[in-house]
Design a protein. Structure first.
Lengths: 258, 237
């Protein structure tokens, strides 16, 4: 038992102690962002409507679009998904350097989180294209690069499921997640590289967001980041504890067998 | 009696591995013939798919996309094959026993894949013209489409070699390669289709063609270098 506590993968350190506060604070901030988005943030006139246009079978003049509220969640989850994928790439590189299965576990957990955020981004983004641009889907550069990112995150798990040996699975998954990460900066930069794109550039110093709009967006951004950190720590901890239980069970079985 | 063995140079190793692949292919004609027949069949399917379009239908605008769809599916078939026969008789294990740098294995395999893909493209390009572009007149700039074709094929061969090494060790490897390969080459595909369409249908050669080819070449460079670096881990796993 004593050597278990001093095992290679310690739990309950400072990072684990911070997980619960981070998760709580993140939830509070996200809830606050939700409230602010609907109360404080000023309503936005239909962004793309000049004069009168037909949007979703309705003649719309310069109407206040409630769907603009999606923005306060869409952009933060998208940024969070990219940050989490950077974590995946980092742990994948660490795994290839050290061959320590813990890094592969962490990379897998990061990709799991990324999948959640990527799906949230796709859903909010699709609602946005439907109600703001009037189409369900358009092959616009940002949308396209993000779609292939989604496909690759899904492919990561298909790849993991298709390899049986743990060592080989970890290597293949790490290599694939490093190549997959190339698409993240491309997707991030594409609206800057191809200015004709419909998708606006948000992360810039002169974004033109008024403080009452900036506040909910930043709250959501920090909220989602903290939530992802908290979830990541909890998932890692659960997995490590699970592995310890397995080792203990095996030891117990051996004892009883003898 | 002293035995002196000279270590072969890296280039000699590369040449030996490449010639091994080429010789095998020229003896069996396994990969080339299956790729060529598959490509021909896809062209026939295109014929049925486009048969109901009107006489004024602008095939020129679509030809770039159709050609690249054909190349992607054909190369998927070839890449799947390129590693499965290495597995069959333990050939890969034999190569890995030789004290050589693993990146040489990658380079030789990528080069042989590139040669086979180019050979198939030499066959299917005239067929594509024969079936779809003889009814119209392509823009006079159409020979320039060979440049995006070449740049795109380099990327397909480079990324495909890494991915087919991964997928040959997985369950359901044929589907697995498509699942990994198609999202990864999408940016390359996008750039190559736009470059090809511009030179075939006519348009802004200076701007769109140059930018697209540069974009494709940049993506090639990043992906091939990364595949080269990561190949050691994959092939020894």
């Amino acid at each position: 038992m004593e050597d278990m506590r001093k095992s290679k993968h310690p739990i309950g350190g400072l990072a684990d102690k911070l997980a619960l506060p981070a998760l709580t604070l993140g939830t509070v901030l996200t809830a606050l962002a939700f409230l602010l988005a609907f109360t404080v943030a000023s309503p936005v006139m239909g962004a793309k409507v000049n004069g009168v246009e037909l949007i979703g079978d309705e003649m719309i003049g310069n109407q206040i679009l409630l769907s603009q509220k999606i923005f306060y969640f869409h952009m933060p989850v998208a940024v969070t998904s990219m940050v989490v994928l950077a974590g995946t790439a980092f742990f994948a590189i660490r795994f290839l350097m050290t061959r320590d299965a813990l890094y592969d576990l962490k990379a897998k957990i990061c990709t799991e989180l990324a999948l959640v955020f990527v799906i949230c981004t796709m859903i909010t983004g699709d609602l946005w294209t439907r109600f703001e641009w009037g189409v369900w889907w358009t092959w616009e550069p940002r949308l396209t690069t993000y779609l292939i990112l989604t496909l690759m995150v899904i492919a990561y798990f298909i790849l993991r499921a298709a390899v049986d040996e743990p060592e080989r699975r970890a290597t293949f998954a790490s290599v694939f997640s490093i190549i997959m990460f190339i698409d993240v900066p491309i997707s991030f930069m594409i609206t800057r590289l191809i200015p004709s794109s419909v998708h606006p550039v948000i992360l810039r110093t002169d974004s033109g967001l008024s403080p009452d709009m900036l506040a909910p967006m930043l709250c959501a951004l920090f909220g989602f980041s903290l939530i992802s950190y908290g979830l990541y720590r909890f998932r890692t901890r659960t997995e490590i504890i699970g592995q310890r239980v397995d080792v203990l069970k095996e030891a117990l079985d051996n004892k009883l067998g003898n | 009696m002293a035995v002196s063995v000279k270590k072969p140079s890296t280039f000699a190793q590369f040449k030996t591995l490449l010639i091994k692949d080429l010789q095998r292919e020229f003896r069996t004609k396994d990969m080339l013939s299956s790729m060529a027949i598959y490509a021909l069949l896809v062209l026939v399917v295109y014929g049925a798919a486009l048969s109901q379009t009107g006489r004024q239908f602008d095939i020129l605008q679509m030809s770039g996309g159709l050609l690249w769809a054909l190349i992607v599916f054909t190369s998927l078939l070839g890449l799947n094959r390129s590693f499965s026969y290495e597995k069959e008789d333990g050939c890969l294990e034999g190569i890995l026993l030789v004290p050589l740098d693993r990146s040489v294995v990658f380079l030789s395999k990528a080069c042989s894949n590139l040669i086979f893909l180019l050979a198939v493209e030499v066959l299917i390009l005239p067929l594509f013209f024969f079936f779809f572009l003889t009814t119209t007149t392509p823009a006079p700039t159409w020979p320039m489409m060979l440049l995006p074709l070449f740049v795109g094929t380099i990327g397909i061969a480079g990324i495909g070699t890494l991915l087919s090494t991964i997928t040959v060790n997985t369950r359901g490897k044929d589907v697995m390669l498509a699942v990994l390969f198609i999202p990864l080459i999408f940016p390359l595909l996008f750039a190559c289709v736009s470059a090809t369409t511009v030179v075939v249908a006519g348009g802004d050669i200076e701007g769109i063609f140059r930018n697209s080819v540069l974009m494709a070449a940049g993506y090639d460079l990043v992906m091939v270098l990364l595949s080269w670096v990561l190949y050691d881990f994959v092939v020894s796993a």
